[in-house]
Design a protein around this ligand. Sequence first.
Ligand code: NCD
Length: 366
Amino acid sequence: MAPGWALARVGPGRCPFLLTIAVSRRPWSHRHVLDLAAFSPDDYATVLDLAGRFAALPTTGQRRLPALQGRLVTTLFFEPSTRTRSSFELAARRLSADVQSFSPATSALVKGESLQDTALTYVAMGSDLLVVRHACAQVPATLAATLEGRGLRVAVLNAGDGLHSHPSQGLLDLFTLARYFAGAGPVTPDVLAGRRIVIVGDVLHSRVARSNLWALTGCGADVVLCGPPSLLPEAFADFVAAPPPGQPLDPVARRGRVQVERSLERALPGADAVMALRLQKERMRQNLITSLDAYHRQYGLSHARLELCGAEVPLLHPGPVNRGVELSGPLLDDGARSLVEEQVRNGIPIRMALLYLLAAGDDGAG
Ligand code: NCD
């Protein structure tokens, strides 16, 4: 067993049990998970380690752990989702939580109920964890502040808010890369240190890119952002330069660097991994590219393009993919190069880890 880990008695105070997996002794200070700007290297280590343990559990037969028995997890998605919502719900079920999911179109929202009153309704039914996605930035944070203001011990997990943040996606991308680089070794943040990760595409509209910037640089990786000026303003080079918003100090002493590069031909050589981002047409207020064809020619990835990296490097994409735009179909379908399905699979243990850490933290255990 790795140092700092031990079998421990954890779980909600009203339903204690002996959990038969190792539990972190590192302190976990987050009451909510709203953003990765506040994550320290220890936080990344804790999440990666725990996710690794959940990922190693058999996925057939006895699949459920009793960790969140008696807990109620509510998914409040005010924006469409395929992967994030399903994997949060699956993760909650694998930890034996009860799961309630809300759909705006069939809810009292259409009768004029406010978002806050909707959330409070689920809390009144006993919800312990709210997993929130919204098209506007800061909705999960505002909800968390409201709940705290009322003295309610309900954890809020941000499942994507506007252009701001998508912490569980940033962490599953980190986990996917860390597992790839670790090979048979331990999956720790250190395996990211000094790596060159290229992120190409619509950075401006991507909350995934923002969360990846915090996570990757927080583990010491250098990030090269690549895209046209309309989708990647120069200011992104300074994204992690100042202390994170609202924090006097950066919890990471030595972050990796961020560089903006307009040409893929200059960005790719020497890359250790490449991540493509979807062109987020629904978030664009105006036409920011001349045509999808032109975009694919300049910034689309294919087997031939990836040869510029100089070595066989893995390819990531958070999905959903515009097939033939960000990635060629053959590259997306090439299981030897594309980690896209692996990212989806890794979303489950990462979300189990987050749900577990927030719930276990509730009674001071863990
Ligand atoms: C992302 C999102 O919703 O921000 N998708 C996801 O959660 N996997 C990225 C996107 O929509 O392009």
